[in-house]
Structure formats: structure tokens, C-alpha cells
Design a protein around this ligand. Structure first.
Ligand SMILES: Cc1cc2nc3c(=O)[nH]c(=O)nc-3n(C[C@H](O)[C@H](O)[C@H](O)COP(=O)(O)OP(=O)(O)OC[C@H]3O[C@@H](n4cnc5c(N)ncnc54)[C@H](O)[C@@H]3O)c2cc1C
Length: 307
């Protein structure tokens, strides 16, 4: 029996564990991946908005987190596959057959990139399909490219690619871009970016590598092909809540609803980080939510308020 089990070792889960440990709670973190850090592994841009710390990328920030984790006293199991979670009972079953039990559970499973679900999307990964212009734009330098999405990530990637590519076509479904004003203004002053609104990418075409994309502009119109050598899809994220969805309150997209104490509608089950924060997902909010949950759990356990 542990005081707290935390599922997920990204910034939110690690911060929760760090605080739980500091508050004297017996804490176990379960992480399915080989390494801790979650999305920090995919952050290739400099991190300049985490108060007091500036790093060149997510990995550098993770090294700072990992140094603190090494010194802390909580248990951390990586490469751990969870096969079942009973939230009310706070019981977890692992693929190994082991069963775990705690007084409080914290869900910190984060998000994953949303897929478009079109032919070619998986086949051309690394063959013209990139995830991050900050990391891979030199691979596409001098080539025509297509970006899919209308939010901050899509527009930021389009702007980065416009620095090295002759043409950049941005395809998005909405009438208006959702990206922040600063990005939208930069986009308008760029000469090589073309924006196709109310349009969808329906296919990625190629052989060894991407050679074209198929785009449908407005419903009912015939799709056309655009010759490009690179594609970047940035259409948002999906929450990693599949294991739990039936057992607690989520919004229609599967993000977990929490109180201001980070508690879900199931008593002593908490959710922290991007999984419960679709509108403002950041490292600061993830680590802050972890601190809140830990403080609340420790308070309840110390006062007997969890019974
Ligand atoms: C390209 C990019 C750039 C970004 N730039 C910034 C920035 O400049 N500043 C900023 O503040 N934020 C930035 N972010 C956002 C930031 O990385 C996230 O807000 C933060 O990582 C959220 O932390 P989290 O712990 O909630 O989730 P995650 O980082 O997603 O971690 C979740 C963890 O849970 C694990 N997990 C999932 N399911 C299970 C399961 N069933 N069992 C066990 N483990 C599981 C995952 O493997 C993962 O390790 C960026 C994100 C990206 C992708």
C-alpha cells in the first residue's frame, strides 16, 4: 500500500512526486515509456517561459528535472505497462500481473499529437514528413512544403520553414487561423507562405519520399494535387485518458475535469498537467498543478480527511 501512486512521469507527474516526497508521503510513479520527461523530449525550441530557468530545448530542462528526481526518495518505475485501473478502489493492475494499491491516485498522463488519419501519414514519417521545423527544417531546406493546422504550432512551424523553403502552403479547416496575433501578423508579411482556409489535406503521395499532397478546398470541390517534398502536420493533441474514461468526468474530447484542488469527481483521485488543462498547457501550469495536488493529498492524509 502506497500513500500516492502517480501515473505518468512528465513535468506534471514528476513535480507531484517531488512535492509528495518532500511532504513525507510514500510515493510511486509509473511511467510507460523507457525514459521520464514526456513531451520535453519533443521540445526542440528554446524554453524561455519557465520562470527563472532558460534552456536551449526540452532535453536540457529535463536534465535539470532529472537531477532533482535522482536526489529525491520516491520510487519510479519506467517501462511499466498498466492494464487496468480501478479508480474508486485506487487499484492498478500491471501487465506483469502485479497489483498495486494506494490511498491517493494522481493521473498525469499528458497528451499525444493528434493524427490526421489520411493515407501516407504513417508511411512517410522520416521520408519528407517532419514533426518539428525547429529540429528538422534543414532536411527540408530548398524544398516546397505543406503544413497542416491553424493553431500556434502549425503557424510557428510554417514561419520557421519559410526561412529556408521557397514555398510553404498552410492548409487548415477553419475560416480563420487560431494562432496568436503575433504569429498571424508575421504570416501575413511573409512572401512565400500561401494559406488555404476551409481546406483539408486528404492524402500524402510519394514513393520513396513525399512528392505531393492532395488537398480539397471546400466541400464538394474536386481535390487537387500540389507538388511538395515535405509535410508537417500540427493539428493539436489528444488526451491519454483511454484507460480511465468511463470512470470519471471528462469533457467531450476526453480531458479530465478537475476542481481548483486538481481533484477529479472521484474522491482522492487527482489529475494534473495537460491531461486536465486543454486551454493552457504549459510546463509551468503542469508543475504548479503537481504541487497543488501533493499539498492537498498530504493535508488530507495528515488530518485523516481522506477517510
Ligand atoms: C514541440 C513542443 C514545444 C513546447 N514548448 C513549450 C514551451 O516552450 N513552454 C512550455 O511551457 N511548454 C511547452 N510545451 C508544452 C509542455 O511540454 C507540456 O505542457 C508539458 O510537457 C505537460 O506535461 P505533462 O506532465 O502534463 O504531460 P506530458 O509531458 O505529456 O507527460 C505525460 C507522461 O505520461 C506518460 N503516460 C501516458 N500514458 C501513460 C500510461 N497509460 N501509463 C504510464 N505512463 C503514461 C507519458 O509517456 C509521458 O511520459 C511544448 C510542447 C511541445 C510538444
Amino acid at each position: 500500500m502506497h500513500d500516492v501512486i502517480i501515473i505518468g512521469a512528465g513535468p506534471a507527474g514528476l513535480s507531484t512526486a517531488f512535492w509528495c516526497d518532500e511532504l513525507g508521503l510514500d510515493t510511486l510513479v509509473l511511467e510507460q515509456a523507457e525514459q521520464i520527461g514526456g513531451q520535453l523530449h519533443r521540445v526542440y525550441n528554446p524554453i524561455e517561459n519557465y520562470l527563472g530557468i532558460k534552456t536551449r530545448n526540452g532535453k536540457e530542462l529535463l536534465e535539470l528535472f532529472a537531477a532533482d528526481v535522482d536526489e529525491a526518495g520516491f520510487d519510479l518505475w519506467t517501462q511499466t505497462a498498466i492494464t487496468g485501473v480501478e479508480l474508486k478502489a485506487k487499484r492498478i493492475s500491471l501487465a506483469s500481473g502485479e497489483k498495486l494499491q494506494s490511498i491517493a491516485l494522481v493521473i498525469a498522463t499528458g497528451v499525444r499529437p493528434r493524427e490526421l488519419g489520411v493515407p501516407g501519414e504513417k508511411e512517410f514519417i522520416g521520408k519528407g514528413m517532419i514533426e518539428s521545423a525547429a529540429r528538422d527544417r534543414q532536411l527540408l531546406a530548398g524544398k516546397d512544403v505543406c503544413i497542416v493546422g491553424g493553431g500556434d504550432a502549425a503557424v510557428e512551424n510554417a514561419l520557421l520553414l519559410a526561412e529556408v523553403c521557397p514555398t510553404v502552403t498552410l492548409v487548415h479547416r477553419g475560416k480563420k487561423l487560431r494562432a496568436r496575433r503575433e504569429f498571424a501578423e508575421q504570416l501575413q508579411s511573409s512572401h512565400c507562405i500561401t494559406v488555404f482556409s476551409e481546406s483539408v489535406l486528404t492524402r500524402i503521395i510519394g514513393d520513396e519520399e513525399v512528392v505531393a499532397v492532395e488537398i480539397q478546398r471546400k466541400q464538394g470541390l474536386k481535390p487537387f494535387q500540389l507538388a511538395v517534398r515535405g509535410v508537417c502536420i500540427r493539428i493539436g493533441v489528444d488526451p491519454n485518458t483511454e484507460l480511465l474514461r468511463e470512470q470519471l468526468k471528462t469533457d467531450e474530447k476526453g480531458f479530465i475535469e478537475v476542481s481548483s484542488l486538481q481533484e477529479t469527481n472521484v474522491p482522492m483521485v487527482f489529475a494534473v498537467g495537460d491531461i486536465s488543462n486543454p486551454l493552457a498547457p504549459t510546463i509551468s501550469s503542469a508543475t504548479g498543478a503537481g504541487a497543488t495536488a501533493a499539498k492537498v493529498i498530504a493535508g488530507r492524509l495528515n488530518s485523516g480527511g481522506h477517510k
